[in-house]
Write a new protein. Structure first.
Ligand code: PMP
Length: 360
């Protein structure tokens, strides 16, 4: 069989990422409430000008680069825009790891794409699991010095909702100063602004920060993300990125989202979601069979319940999609719910309540 004959061995063995949208494909049913992909419940309005669609776009559209650099408080040459933060992960691996030879380090439970991106590139994956309280196991991480080229640290971490302690992370960055780039994934940083590393960029030549418009900016459908790092790292990534990675309509919408009006909307929606999150957490603690797990630094809540499978099935049957995290290390019986709109959260709580009433 030709496909078997030609297929990369590492791709043969690969189990692809089960994205929230793949697990519930065909979603699009307006009745459904999607609380499984950490998206924003808000859909904002943008203008599109089709006059330039006959031309290739700029590889790195200046309007987007300059606006995001200003938003993040960095220089324009310290920034790369890509097809979501997911492409940033892949570019870092492709630029800084040699296939069949090098490895990256991940700290599970964490975002699944670091390992999958490495595997698709035939790059090894080492693991230093988080401590039981989901803090970094700094000694375990440090033991990988010389064995890994990239160290992926997600903060706030998906799916635990915990932000990494700054002193611990500083120690890790210093330890790998001459041997690895520490990639700090700040996909959810707008929900926990005080913990960003963007303002430290000039101090650390061996960090790269991942950002996205998919979460707080409410633009998951846009596929637009950023890598922040000192210029030499950005220049290396520019060597491997596709010629025209950012479609013209994406550039137009991203620039609007990063304008004054867009940023005002962002601030308003983040405040609303953080308030909703606090209410949702409070309400969930009232259920005997629910134990909150991790922290609430992002736009989702993780909890454990002995009724994990039945509760998940009940919610899905009633049109509320959430995410099962129970296969991840130390997250047995854990479910993750994205904070939705006030109305969606109300419906979620009412279904959870109905589920536990039906049980008794
Ligand atoms: N990092 C983390 C921690 C995420 O949760 C996600 C989205 N699930 C991403 C990166 C990917 O973001 P994007 O949509 O920008 O590719």
């Amino acid at each position: 069989n030709l496909i078997d004959l030609l297929l990369n061995d590492n791709i043969k063995a690969l189990k692809p990422y089960e994205s929230a949208r793949r697990l519930f494909s065909g979603a699009g049913n307006k009745q459904q409430i999607w609380l499984n992909a950490n998206e924003s419940p808000f859909a904002n309005e943008y203008d599109i000008d089709a006059q330039r669609f006959n031309r290739y776009p700029d590889c790195q559209p200046p309007a987007v680069i300059d606006a995001y650099a200003q938003y993040a408080g960095i220089e324009s040459d310290q920034l790369l825009v890509s097809r979501g933060a997911d492409e940033g992960i892949e570019l870092l691996i492709r630029a800084f790891c040699t296939p069949g030879k090098d490895s990256v380090l991940i700290c599970p439970p964490t975002y699944g794409m670091y390992a999958i991106s490495a595997e698709t590139c035939d790059v090894g994956v080492e693991r230093a699991p988080l401590n039981p309280d989901f803090s970094l196991d700094v000694d375990a991480i440090k033991a990988f010095k010389g064995k890994v080229n990239l160290v992926f640290i997600c903060s706030p971490n998906n799916p635990t909702g915990t932000s990494v302690d700054k002193n611990q992370l500083r120690e890790v960055i210093a330890h790998f100063a001459d041997s690895a780039i520490v990639v700090i994934d700040e996909a959810y940083i707008e929900f926990d602004q005080d913990n960003s590393w963007a303002s430290q960029l000039n101090q650390y030549p061996n960090i790269a920060i991942l950002r996205t418009l998919s979460k707080a900016f409410a633009l998951a459908g846009l596929r637009c993300g950023f890598t922040l790092a000192q210029a030499p790292i950005i220049q290396a990534l520019m060597k491997v990125i596709a010629p025209y990675p950012i479609p013209e309509p994406v550039a137009q919408i991203a620039a609007q989202a990063l304008g004054q009006k867009g940023l005002a909307t962002l601030a308003q929606q983040v405040a609303l979601l953080n308030a909703e999150k606090a209410d949702l957490k409070n309400a969930l603690t009232a259920f005997n069979d629910i134990e909150l797990v991790g922290d609430d630094k992002a736009n989702f809540i993780l909890f454990r319940t002995p009724q994990k499978s039945a509760l998940m099935a009940h919610l899905v049957a009633n049109g509320i999609l959430i995410r099962d995290q129970s296969k991840q290390v130390n997250l047995d019986n854990c479910l993750r719910i994205t904070v939705g709109s006030p109305e969606q959260n109300k419906q979620l709580l009412s279904e959870i309540s109905r589920f536990f009433t039906l049980q008794t």
